[in-house]
Design a protein around this ligand. Structure first.
Ligand SMILES: Nc1ncnc2c1ncn2[C@@H]1O[C@H](COP(=O)(O)OP(=O)(O)OP(=O)(O)O)[C@@H](O)[C@H]1O
Ligand SMILES: [Mg+2]
Length: 246
C-alpha cells in the first residue's frame, strides 16, 4: 500500500482548512480507508481537539522530527471512528525541523495508510514547500470572497509553477445564500474563473460546525455541510458523485 498524500491548504487563514481536513479524514475512514492526518501548523494546533485526542496526546510531530520519539508514539487513534489517526502539530511556535527528515517520515508512513491528509499553515513558507513536495494532490480551501479568491490564485500558481504540483482542486467553503443569492459574489463560477482549477466541492456555511468540532464530534450528514464533506471524500476515492451547489 502506498498512501495518496493530500495537502489541505489556503492562501488566507481561517477559511476552514482544519474543519475540512478533519471532516474529509472522518468520511474517508468511514468509507473503509485507512487515514492519517498530519497537522503541520506549528504553534497553532487544533486538530487534536477536533479529532477528540487532545486528552491523550503526549508526543507531537516535532518530537518525531527531532528524534525524541518513534513516529508510532506520536500517532493517536481518534475515538470518533475506526481507521482514523492523527499526528498532532507542536505547541512550540519556534520549532524547526529538517526538510529531509520530514520527507523521509512521509514516505515511511505512506506504506501504512490509504490516505495521508496534511494540513498546511496558511500562506507561504518552507513548510508549505516541503508539504507540496510530498503531495499528490492539493485541495485549495477558499471562501466566496475576493480576498480569499485572490490568495488562492497566488497560492495555486506558486504550487503549479514553482513546485510542479499540477493536481489541484478547489473546495469552496462557508457558502451562504440569502434567497438563492450569494452575499458578495454574483455566482460561484467567479471563484473557479479566478483560481483556474477544477472544483471538487462546495460546503455551505453551517453554524453547527463550530460547536461540533470544538467538542470532538463530526457534523452529521443530515446537515448539508456534513453531506458535502462526505461527497468530497467519495470523489477523492474516485467515485462519481453529482455536484450539489446549495
Ligand atoms: N462550513 C462552515 N460553516 C461555518 N463555519 C465554518 C465552516 N468551516 C469552518 N468554519 C469555522 O471557521 C473557523 C475557522 O475554521 P478552521 O479553523 O477550520 O480554519 P483554518 O483555515 O484551519 O484556520 P487557520 O488558518 O487558523 O489554520 C472555525 O471557527 C470553524 O468552525
Ligand atoms: Mg487550521
Amino acid at each position: 500500500m502506498m498512501a495518496k498524500i493530500i495537502m489541505i491548504t489556503s492562501g488566507k487563514g481561517g477559511v476552514g482548512k482544519s474543519s475540512v481536513c478533519s471532516g474529509l479524514g472522518y468520511h474517508l475512514a468511514r468509507l473503509g480507508k485507512k487515514v492519517l492526518i498530519l497537522e503541520m501548523d506549528s504553534g497553532l494546533r487544533c486538530l487534536d481537539i477536533m479529532l477528540g485526542v487532545n486528552e491523550t496526546t503526549v508526543h507531537d510531530i516535532s518530537d518525531v522530527l527531532c528524534g525524541r520519539c518513534e513516529p508510532i508514539k506520536a500517532i493517536y487513534q481518534s475515538p470518533i471512528t475506526e481507521n482514523l489517526s492523527m499526528m498532532p502539530a507542536t505547541f512550540r511556535p519556534d520549532s524547526t525541523y529538517s526538510s529531509e527528515l520530514f520527507h523521509k517520515l512521509c514516505k515511511g508512513l505512506s506504506s501504512y495508510y490509504d490516505y495521508i491528509l496534511i494540513e498546511t499553515p496558511a500562506g507561504f513558507g518552507r513548510t508549505l514547500a516541503d508539504i507540496a513536495k510530498v503531495s499528490d494532490l492539493a485541495l485549495l480551501v477558499v471562501t466566496p470572497d475576493p480576498i480569499s479568491m485572490r490568495d488562492a490564485k497566488i497560492l495555486s500558481d506558486y504550487l503549479d509553477d514553482d513546485r510542479g504540483l499540477k493536481k489541484q482542486r478547489i473546495i469552496i467553503n462557508k457558502v451562504k445564500t440569502n434567497r438563492g443569492k450569494l452575499e458578495v459574489l454574483p455566482n460561484l463560477d467567479v471563484v473557479i474563473d479566478t483560481v483556474l482549477e477544477p472544483l471538487i466541492g462546495v460546503i455551505p456555511y453551517e453554524p453547527e460546525m463550530v460547536r461540533a468540532l470544538s467538542q470532538g464530534r463530526m457534523l452529521p450528514v443530515r446537515y448539508l455541510a456534513g453531506r458535502a464533506l462526505q461527497n468530497i471524500a467519495r470523489r477523492i476515492t474516485g467515485e462519481f458523485v453529482d455536484l450539489a451547489v446549495y
